[in-house]
Design a protein. Structure first.
Lengths: 216, 259
């Protein structure tokens, strides 16, 4: 019983780190995805290509590799200050998820009928007013299902942080294999992910219901 | 009487397709001009040019003596002036394009409010201004006979009701010229009737309007003038009696026979 409590407390500690990575990534990547999406749709070709090349590179390589590059990369090219482990993870995650979110946003924005922005135009509205007042609310409604999908993936992707020894949930759980020859804490850690993702699912379903009044 | 609108030699191509070719006409205050013609004759493109959703390749658009667009004069094409020019015109779309996230009333007040925010006295007078706009929106809803639907979202309204909200939305900014792009083409006959009724009332109170339509009998009743378009040109024009009663060209005669 005492082992169970010890393990639980340790895993909870690991989950704290997991949750922190999750939260900071979301808070930064959700807004950052928007300018990337807008650049990807820009009428100015070089900007569009740059943005799309960026998204291609980020989506085309493993997140694990990106974490390693962000952490060890600066040292390799002789840059003086390298990031702390946790910061490196957050930077890599934010960049990676912003790229994925930007594609979801782009799909969402492009799926709003052109007539909506034309209706705004003939009412003499500015471009920014049309975007924020007319287009964006409809985009939010449309992208909730793909965003929930991506966000739930993020919960489990946090386990990649252990590649540079950030003590997140899986890492804490697997320490017990070495120190006490216990495998079950690793299985137990699955329950943490499961419950957390369950809560998120409920949250997203509520959000979806709340926006039900927008029929697009 | 001075012309409220003067369109001179307007032309527009999409690639190699000439959609508008040497279009000239004018409109006086309170006139209702209907534009008829088969699909692809350029009617919609003409309205889109007037509302600055498309840029003509040649010609001039003059409203109340002010040249809003002149293909020869680059200073009339500046993007930053576009939105103010658009306010001379209102446009009611074939498929309504109401904003689905807003109630009927909010659809009407949104643009009014955003424009009011640019007034220098907005901060100080916010409450009064918003109250005024709300009253105005209620009056517009009453005008299109939808006072009881103010709080409903577009999906809760029938097509005819949606189109009437769209008309009220276009009227909210008090445009000098109200354009309709086949406002009843997406509606069944019963719902069309209520929308046409609304347009008829606007004609009776002297709104200046341009009406692109396939409803020939309606065009005949409400219009002061009718333009018949074919192949991007104004093929024939005249009073409703002339156009529908005594069409001159074979093209118009066959168009009227088939519609």
């Amino acid at each position: 019983m005492t082992t169970f409590v010890t393990v639980s407390l340790k895993l909870l500690e690991g989950f704290g780190t997991t949750f922190l990575i999750f939260l900071i990534t979301l808070l930064l990547a959700i807004p950052l995805g928007l300018p990337i999406a807008l650049c990807s749709m820009s009428r100015f070709k070089p900007l569009r290509w740059l943005s799309r090349a960026f998204v291609w590179a980020i989506r085309g390589t493993p997140l694990m590799l990106q974490v390693i590059i962000v952490f060890y990369g600066p040292d390799l090219i002789g840059m003086p200050t390298s990031l702390s482990r946790m910061n490196a993870v957050v930077v890599a995650f934010v960049i990676n998820y912003a790229a994925y979110f930007s594609e979801i946003y782009r799909g969402g924005i492009e799926s709003v009928p052109k007539g909506q922005s034309e209706a705004g135009q003939v009412l003499g509205l500015r471009k920014d007013q049309i975007f924020f007042r007319i287009i964006l609310p409809q985009v939010i409604k449309r992208i909730i299902p793909p965003m929930s999908n991506e966000i739930i993936t993020l919960v489990k992707d946090t386990s990649l942080a252990r590649i540079i020894a950030v003590r997140e949930l899986i890492m804490e759980a697997s320490t017990f294999i070495k120190t006490q020859a216990l495998l079950w804490p690793l299985f137990y850690s699955g329950a943490f992910y499961l419950i957390f993702c369950g809560l998120l699912t409920i949250l997203f379903n509520r959000l979806e219901k709340k926006l039900d009044y927008i029929k697009v | 009487m001075q012309n409220i609108l003067e369109v001179q030699n307007l032309a527009k191509c999409f690639g190699s397709a000439e959609v508008l070719n040497d279009i000239s006409f004018s409109l006086t205050q309170g006139e209702v001009v209907s534009i008829i013609g088969s699909s692809g004759s350029g009617k919609t493109t003409l309205l889109r040019c007037l509302n600055f959703l498309e840029q003509p390749d040649a010609g001039k658009i003059i409203v109340n003596g002010e040249t809003l667009f002149d293909a020869q004069d680059p200073s009339t094409k500046l993007e930053k002036n576009l939105r103010h020019k658009r306010l001379h015109f209102g446009l009611v779309f074939q498929s309504f394009h109401l904003f689905p996230q807003y109630t009927a009333k909010r659809n009407i007040t949104l643009a009014m409010e955003l424009h009011a925010k640019e007034r220098p006295d907005y901060r100080a007078e916010k409450k009064n201004i918003l109250a005024e706009l709300s009253v105005r929106a209620d009056a517009l809803l009453a005008e299109v006979g939808l006072s009881d639907k103010a709080g409903l979202y577009p999906y809760q309204l029938s097509g005819g009701q949606q189109q009437r909200v769209a008309i009220a939305r276009a009227l909210a900014l008090n445009p000098e010229i109200l354009c309709f792009d086949e406002p009843t083409s997406a509606l069944d006959p019963e719902l069309s009737a209520e929308v046409l009724g609304t347009i008829r009332r606007l004609a009776e109170i002297g709104r200046t309007m341009i009406l692109v339509t396939h409803e020939m009998s309606f065009a005949r009743q409400v219009s002061s003038r009718v333009l018949f378009m074919a192949d991007g040109r104004i093929h024939e024009q005249g009073t409703p009696e002339e156009i529908f009663g005594a069409p001159k060209t074979p093209r118009l005669q066959s168009f009227l026979q088939n519609s």
